[in-house]
Design a protein around this ligand. Structure first.
Ligand code: ADP
Ligand code: MG
Length: 404
């Protein structure tokens, strides 16, 4: 397993008046004219429900205060110009009628893919000048890519008066990432960035995209949800995702159902017996147990939040971590270290979040314990020879919006 340090930024709020002015000014400097507007779309962290979205299951993300900002002007001449202040290199210049999947373009494939997906869906989008900047840490499992896609989709939706809903924009963003960039992600990240609201977690049924905003006001309960960015990203991740996905599909096939979503938690024991009798690979048995278990854990957490019993969600997060570690096997030593250290230091519960193999963990803590637990995790990382992790509270924030 190889690892590299992922870049990470901890400045969070990026939709301040100053930030909006700055992105406008950069746009004007680059393109020699003022933008038509400025839009924001956040990164996300998933509270519970991991590797469930490609099984038609449940997820429960919340939007972060960290956002991608886009200053955008409409064009009618077929030109697409893209720039990000966060990556080296100048303006990327493309023709909208020549956009084709899997052609590279590096980071620019994310926003270009959105334009391609809109045009593929029959929307008349005739070009744009785009200046991007983001405070969402990249590669930390916090969906910096979805933030880029959703902010681009929302800006184009407004400028070309397409009338698409946030959920429709999210699906187009996912299509851009799947088909244009070539990353086989589910729809959670884009839905979270497009549809989350302030002070809530988003209960999303990925089968039909029905959703409910579940009040998640941590501060009023004297709690914090810490995000711990391990700043590592193990190379194993990409192939492992495809392998888990294939294993889940195989499990559903052997059980004679369309997706693992069809399997109720109460039927899990019998289903595991059926899989064993059918000669399923033991990995398939583990994956099925994880997915059905995590769907159930989403429902458990929702019931607890609805009842105002936020603290009681802690042990459910721990169970989720154990399942991701032992059944799905997508954790890694750094993520396990966060969870073990935080729990030993008095956390209410913790788990890895996102795709795993690095990225981030979440830790539910009493407000008063946030500092000592953060300190314990930092010290444990340094003693183990890892770089210090990035730690910040996940304040449930607003989804994508126009700022000016
Ligand atoms: P995650 O979505 O978990 O942060 P991904 O690997 O899915 O990680 O997406 C990260 C990629 O998204 C980066 O490698 C880069 O190509 C693109 N990206 C994210 N933020 C920016 C940004 N501010 N500017 C340019 N590209 C970005
Ligand atoms: Mg991503």
């Amino acid at each position: 397993m190889t690892s590299e340090t992922a870049s990470s930024k901890v400045s969070e709020v990026s939709d301040t008046v100053e930030a909006v002015e700055a992105v406008r000014a950069t746009f004007t400097e680059l393109y020699g004219k003022a933008p038509d507007g400025v839009w924001a779309a956040p990164g996300r962290v998933n509270l519970i429900g991991e590797y469930t979205d490609f099984n038609d299951g449940f997820v429960m993300p919340l939007a972060l205060p960290h956002t991608a900002l886009a200053a955008v002007a409409r064009r009618t001449d077929g030109e697409l110009r893209l720039h990000s202040t966060d990556v080296p290199g100048g303006v990327v210049q493309l023709r909208v009628d020549e956009l084709a999947p899997h052609e590279g373009h590096g980071w620019a494939a994310y926003p270009a893919g959105v334009l391609w997906a809109l045009r593929e869906a029959g929307h008349l989008v005739t070009g744009a000048d785009i200046q991007l900047t983001s405070t969402v840490p990249t590669g930390a499992g916090l969906s910096s890519s979805a933030a880029l896609e959703v902010v681009t989709a929302l800006a184009l939706n407004d400028l070309f008066e397409l009338g698409l809903s946030p959920a429709e924009l999210a699906v187009l963003g996912q299509r851009a990432e799947n088909a244009f960039v070539g990353v086989p992600c589910g729809v959670m990240d884009q839905m979270a960035s497009a549809c989350c609201t302030d002070g809530h977690a988003l209960y999303l049924d990925t089968r039909d995209l029905t959703q409910r905003q579940v009040p998640f006001d941590l501060a009023s309960h004297g709690l914090q949800l810490l995000v711990v960015d391990t700043r590592v990203k193990h190379a194993l991740g990409d192939g492992a995702y495809a392998e888990r996905r294939a294993g889940c599909e195989e499990g559903a096939r052997l059980l004679g159902i369309r997706t693992l979503r069809e399997l109720p938690y109460e039927g899990l024991g019998a289903a595991l017996d059926t899989l064993a009798e059918a000669g399923a690979d033991e990995s398939v048995v583990r994956y099925v147990r994880h997915v059905v278990g995590d769907n159930h854990r989403v429902e458990q957490v929702i019931a607890l939040l609805d009842a105002g019993e936020v603290r009681a969600a802690g042990p459910v997060l721990n169970e989720g971590h154990i399942s991701l570690r032992d059944d799905l096997r997508v954790s890694c030593p750094e993520l396990d270290l966060v969870v073990a250290t935080a729990n030993a230091a008095g956390a209410l519960g913790a788990r890895m979040t996102g795709g795993g193999f690095g990225g981030s963990a979440i830790v539910l803590v009493e407000e008063a314990d946030a500092e000592p637990i953060t300190k314990s995790v930092r010290e444990a990382f340094l003693s183990a020879g890892h770089a210090a992790p990035g730690v910040f509270p996940a304040v449930p924030s607003a989804g994508a919006r126009r700022l000016s």
